[in-house]
Write a protein that binds this ligand. Structure first.
Ligand SMILES: NC(=O)c1ccc[n+]([C@@H]2O[C@H](COP(=O)([O-])OP(=O)(O)OC[C@H]3O[C@@H](n4cnc5c(N)ncnc54)[C@H](O)[C@@H]3O)[C@@H](O)[C@H]2O)c1
Length: 446
């Protein structure tokens, strides 16, 4: 099939590369000329495991190209995917300006049938808006080629995006006619070999499904973080609680890790956006507001722990392990590391930070500043620090040489924002250890 994808971010690029891999001819279009030039040179601007090779292979095979030429891109694909960003606006609603721009562009240039598919996460009702925007652009040209609009939300996880796309749990297809459904079923057939994963439904249900999935997961995280806060206050160890409740199949072990709050480009904005949709429709979403409120509070927990330990943080140097919002990505959108570092700077402290993939992104966001040293190794980030904070649970942080760490650090204080270490072991090794929801001094199990 001939496919056009608007947006070459995490979703657009992975979608483009994966669809090209199964033999489709894909044109990816972006308004960011630097990004397009970089991609055309075979240089992938984001870190996603396996993506470099997939992009390079398909570019070399002539199945994947990048352009800023929207007119040529609209002419290319019978299927036109919208995979542009939908960040929060000031009110918390999804900002649909980029989606509207793409719909207008398609309407301005299309000359024959097009199936326009929103892959971006968009509020319920956006497909109607996309359809109206295309219709208005066609009317302005006084032409009326046929087109369909469909919703095909994306469920990939950064860090495992290719695997998720190639072997999806489900493919949600929101359509209002058979023609659109047939195109999408055919497109996804190669990813459905073992069983049919396509779930065809009406467009509004498809649009809501994406939010529903993210909100369920975000709710689990905030619930565990709230339990961790209670655990700290009552003198329990949330990790023991977690393993016990996870054994109940109705709860399960996924997404019940207490930590320093969720970040990333999806959960925070999607919780806000669904809340906004809900309010627009006259329903006060008490639970959605609580999920966000708990998370915002949790993202301050590392800073508050340091403040409680040191009192005044002015003049202190704090080591930060992990900048990305989760392991295996370089994405720092709404990352807990940002809340921590910004609070530390505000309090007059300095930061030494290391992340295996996101130091470049941190440099792009914060530039050169005297109170931020972006280090080349984990140990370097621990040099002469008053405390070390684990913010992202990259594998390489899991078993450091604690003897060497203690020698390097000015004070042996570890704040473990992901509960990856054993508190008793670290205390025996001479560290002051703080975890999340693991009240200091818990008796060891007998
Ligand atoms: N990142 C994820 O893990 C993930 C997962 C599932 C769904 N989503 C959703 O997918 C959408 C895209 O997310 P992302 O993380 O890939 O975004 P992103 O910010 O990484 O990329 C968006 C890209 O769209 C481009 N763009 C903006 N306007 C354009 C236009 N008019 N024409 C062409 N390109 C344009 C931008 O330049 C940018 O390169 C969002 O709605 C997001 O919620 C993201």
């Amino acid at each position: 099939m001939r496919i056009t994808i608007f947006g070459t971010g995490y979703v657009g690029l992975v979608t483009g590369a994966c669809l090209a891999e199964t033999g489709n001819h894909v044109v990816c279009v972006d308004i960011d000329a630097d990004r397009v030039a970089q991609l055309s040179r075979g240089d992938v601007p984001i870190y996603e495991p396996g993506l470099d090779a997939l992009v390079t292979g398909n570019v070399n095979a002539g199945r994947l190209t990048f352009t800023t030429d929207a007119e040529a891109a609209v002419a290319h694909g019978r299927l036109q995917f919208i995979a542009v960003g939908t960040p929060s606006d000031e009110s918390g609603a999804a900002d649909l300006q980029y989606v509207r721009q793409v719909a207008d562009t398609i309407g301005r240039y299309m000359t024959e049938y097009r199936l326009v598919i929103t892959k971006s996460t968009v509020p319920v009702g956006t497909a109607d808006e996309v359809r109206a925007t295309i219709r208005a652009a066609l009317d302005a040209r006084d032409v009326s080629p046929e087109f369909d609009v469909a919703s095909n939300p994306e469920f990939l996880k950064e860090g495992a995006a290719i695997e998720d796309f190639m072997k999806p749990d489900r493919v949600v297809i929101g359509v209002d006619n058979e023609r659109a459904a047939d195109h999408l079923r055919a497109l996804y057939a190669p990813y459905n070999r073992s069983r049919d994963r396509c779930m065809v439904m009406d467009i509004r249900s498809a649009e809501l499904t994406k939010y529903a999935a993210n909100i369920m997961l975000a709710a689990k995280v905030s619930m565990m973080n709230e339990l961790a806060q209670i655990s700290d206050r009552v003198g329990a160890d949330i990790e023991r609680v977690r393993t016990a409740i996870g054994a109940d199949h109705r709860i399960g072990y996924h997404f019940i890790y207490p930590g320093c709050g969720f970040g990333g480009s999806c959960f925070p904005k999607d919780v806000r956006a669904l809340g906004s949709t809900s309010k627009q429709h006259g329903y006060e979403p008490a639970l959605l507001d609580a999920i966000e409120g708990v998370n915002m509070r949790q993202k301050r927990v590392l800073f508050e722990r340091l403040q409680a330990h040191f009192g005044d943080l002015a003049g202190r140097t704090i080591g930060v392990w992990g900048l990305a919002f989760k392991p295996n990505t370089d994405d720092m959108r709404e990352a807990p590391s940002r809340t921590l570092m910004e609070a530390l700077w505000e309090a007059g402290a300095s930061v030494r930070a290391f992340d295996p993939e996101a130091t470049g992104e941190a440099r792009r966001i914060y530039g050169d500043r005297a109170d931020l040293a972006l280090c080349d190794s984990a140990l370097d980030a621990a040099r002469d620090v008053d405390a070390l904070v684990v913010v992202t649970e990259w594998h390489i942080f899991r078993s450091p040489d604690f003897d060497e760490l203690k020698t390097l650090m000015a004070q042996p204080v570890i704040v473990d924002g992901r509960n990856i270490y054993e508190p008793d072991y670290l205390r025996r090794e001479g560290f002051t250890y703080y975890g999340i929801g693991r009240a200091a001094g818990n008796p060891a199990p007998v």
